[in-house]
Design a protein around this ligand. Sequence first.
Ligand code: 3PG
Length: 400
Amino acid sequence: IDELLAEGVSGKRVFVRADLNVPLDGTTITDDGRIRAVVPTVKALADAGARVVVASHLGRPKGAPDPAFSLAPAAARLGELLGAEVAFATDTVGESATATVAGLSDGGVAVIENLRFNAGETSKDDAERGAFADRLAALADVYVGDGFGAVHRKHASVFDLPARLPHAAGYLIATEVGVLKKLTDDVQRPYVVALGGAKVSDKLGVIDHLLEKADRILIGGGMAYTFLKAQGHEVGISLLQEDQVPAVLDYLKRAKERGVEFVLPVDVLVSDEFPDLKTKAPANPTTVAADAIPADEEGLDIGPETRKLYASKLADAGTVFWNGPMGVFEHPDYAEGTKAVAQALVDSPAFTVVGGGDSAAAVRILGFDEKAFGHISTGGGASLEYLEGKTLPGLAALED
Ligand code: 3PG
């Protein structure tokens, strides 16, 4: 983007593909981290006199307009953060978008409606995606890719549009790639990875890769129960991906061969019902040993002994990568595990990276100071796929 700014963008329509896919409670944004992350790029372009057209997806609407997934709240928040008026187009490539972009003056900013209100955005059919990219291209003279959270998607605005316009990477993408490159090329040891979240299947690729790179892997969240099952323990009605047990056994075996330490919970908080995340009514969980989960109960967070164990395993790290909450942190009775891991990262002198939409939102929602971490990635799937060494369509398109 610096080269683009040096060439001059005054009066040019610059399309910024951002990732404004923020968590919403109705129309209230519960974590605006992804919006704040794109502000430097939008501000630099606007200050240089560009007519900035910001576009993003939000959620997974079905290729047609759906008010529940409108970007209007995100556009309003962007305006507050910029301290400037931000116009909002109520469609993506229709009359409203065309008129809104035409109405921009130099230095003006507009947000167009959710890209996924058009089936062409996510289509698997190259021609359909290309046709939508053509319509997006008509709105701009230049493309800036800055939606790091979406670079692993082969979508029209991420992959096809940059091929149609002069293009550059924004500040957020440059920072994210710089940090993740450090984790792959130049890591300070011990390299400790904490992985949580619901599903083992989402983490297969990254675990595979980390077995070659990491010194220690701590497992929490819903995926821990598949690991406990693989170790021969009963897990009651906890989240379990039975079909992943063979893969997990293979990881445990390979980790042993390679001298990678795999650390599993030694105790967990259990209950016979999932907590009410809306009312946050007290859930009164009990703590049990990880090998003694009652048949009619489910594990919903790591227990106090595991919190201590994981903190000690993180204390001497040179580098930490953390992806995925340790429990159902959205409920206060199950937030302690995620808090303990976040606190261990804060206390650690290591270079710490929080990756993943959920864990990044968790540290902010739980009240941690973002500056206490080395880097909080805006990418969930994107950062995992980067670490897996995959080619990411949105980055490849910008390098081209
Ligand atoms: C994310 O939340 O990881 C990104 O915004 C991508 O969203 P998606 O998984 O719906 O493509």
